[in-house]
Design a protein around this ligand. Structure first.
Ligand code: ZN
Length: 214
């Protein structure tokens, strides 16, 4: 009986880090470079929408307002990017290079890692979706989609939902109703990748502090 209790204790002790990891807060910082000079109300609505979407994946977004090229904030930490803890989104006023239907683009290496997302605000503003969804809200869905690319890695489009390559009537209807999200599988993968990166940073920091103590 005593052995059984000991085994149970060991199991419980072993589970504690797993439970802690599952509940661990994941904070992701996003530098926003508003080259397109989108209005504060559009930016606020977009950030609220993207925050809501990522929160369902267990990710808390922290936004850094990195201003415009003519008015950058001083000492903001906007360029201290680090995958995947600190990503960036740049809004440009032009349309997509290949097609006006493309609202965004991300840049990743062969390992599927990257910090940079572009949003073609010109394409987005001139799209014919304004009757079903407000510009700020649409921008929020687009930002969440591009962050999804950075967090999920290469080939991260899905047949339907937020990560579909082309938003059809169904996706736009869901967006207008505020119910266009990542799939559960995508949410799990995003959170797992962020948690793994967070654990790696902690491990490196503990090695570094152990080394400096010698
Ligand atoms: Zn895409």
């Amino acid at each position: 009986m005593e052995n059984a209790i000991r085994t149970l204790s060991l199991l419980v002790i072993g589970l504690v880090p797993l439970i802690a990891a599952a509940d661990a807060p994941v904070i992701l910082t996003v530098s926003v470079f508003n080259d397109a000079a989108a209005s504060p109300s559009v930016m606020s609505q977009a950030q609220n929408r993207a925050t809501l979407i990522l929160r369902r994946a267990g990710i808390t977004l922290v936004w850094l307002d990195c201003g415009t090229p003519h008015d950058p904030p001083a000492n903001s930490g906007c360029c201290d990017l680090s995958f995947p803890q600190h990503l960036s989104v740049r809004l440009v006023s032009t349309s997509g290079p290949a097609s006006a239907d493309i609202f965004g683009q991300t840049f990743q290496n062969a390992a599927g890692e990257g910090n940079y997302a572009l949003v073609y605000f010109g394409s987005l503003k001139s799209s014919n979706t304004s009757e079903v969804i407000k510009t700020g809200d649409l921008l929020g869905f687009v930002i969440a989609h591009e962050l999804g690319h950075l967090l999920l890695g290469r080939d991260s489009h899905s047949a339907t939902g937020l990560m579909s390559a082309v938003w059809q009537v169904n996706e736009l209807r869901q967006a207008s109703q505020g119910i266009l999200f990542f799939t559960n599988n995508q949410q799990d993968r995003i959170r797992a990748r962020c948690l793994a990166a967070q654990a790696a940073v902690r491990k490196a920091a503990s090695w570094s502090s152990t080394g400096s103590g010698r």
